[in-house]
Design a protein around this ligand. Structure first.
Ligand SMILES: [Zn+2]
Length: 221
């Protein structure tokens, strides 16, 4: 029997709680583009992970919840939406035909994040992972076109799947409310001290007086 939504949410929060102690602030340059999965996510508000919490910490939880919702929608689609299911099966077959699939099989903490770093002006990359995947995709023949009637029917099923995803999403939010306290306790224990230490380090660096023995102009030559 399938696990209830309540059990799935609870187990996903457990998994996130096991991961949080390993979280460290990233030292590399942050991305400029906001994450579409996390920015303004009702799931994160329900979990009590506000915008003051580092994105990596948020992303680990929002992705785990998204997986639960996606799986529920997949089951619903397989049972109730035959046209959409056929379309998804075809797409899956196309995906299997590609040998290079960089967005698959990632840990929840990395899933859905951009594959490539922000481009640096004036320093072009020779290739990007996204570009490689796209090049391969274009070699797989495209699907046969659908009739207008089939398109309309498919759109109706897509709308139903969306509706169902919203329903499950709201349920997941409701269930997350019960986990707020342990989520916030983990942030207080493992995340906040690291941020405070980082800020203190930064403040020290800014406060450090210039060494008067340093020659003017910086470098000693
Ligand atoms: Zn994110």
């Amino acid at each position: 029997m399938a696990r209830s939504l309540e059990t799935q949410v609870s187990q996903a929060v457990d998994a996130w709680l096991r991961w949080v102690p390993r979280w460290e602030p990233s030292t590399h340059r942050g991305r400029v583009a906001p994450c579409r999965r996390c920015l303004g996510s009702p799931i994160l508000s329900a979990a009590g992970l506000g915008s003051d919490v580092p994105h990596g910490v948020q992303h680990g939880l929002s992705t785990r919840m998204k997986t639960i919702i996606d799986n529920a929608v997949a089951v619903y689609t397989a049972k109730n939406l035959p046209l959409l299911q056929a379309e998804l099966d075809q797409q899956a077959a196309r995906n299997r035909a590609r040998s290079y699939r960089p967005t698959e099989g990632l840990d929840p903490e990395f899933e859905g994040l951009p594959l490539d770093p922000d481009p640096v002006p004036g320093a072009p990359f020779l290739f990007t992972l996204t570009g490689l995947a796209r090049a391969e995709e274009s070699q797989v023949p495209s699907l046969p076109p659908l009739s207008d009637e089939a398109k309309a029917a498919l759109r109706r099923e897509v709308a139903l799947a969306d509706e169902y995803a919203n329903l499950i999403g709201r349920e997941v939010c409701g269930l997350l409310l019960q986990h707020r306290l342990r989520i916030q306790a983990a942030v207080a224990e493992f995340v906040e001290p690291q941020i405070e230490a980082m800020l203190a380090e930064l403040a020290d660096a800014l406060d450090a007086p210039f060494d008067p023995r340093d020659p003017p102009g910086g470098l000693p030559f």
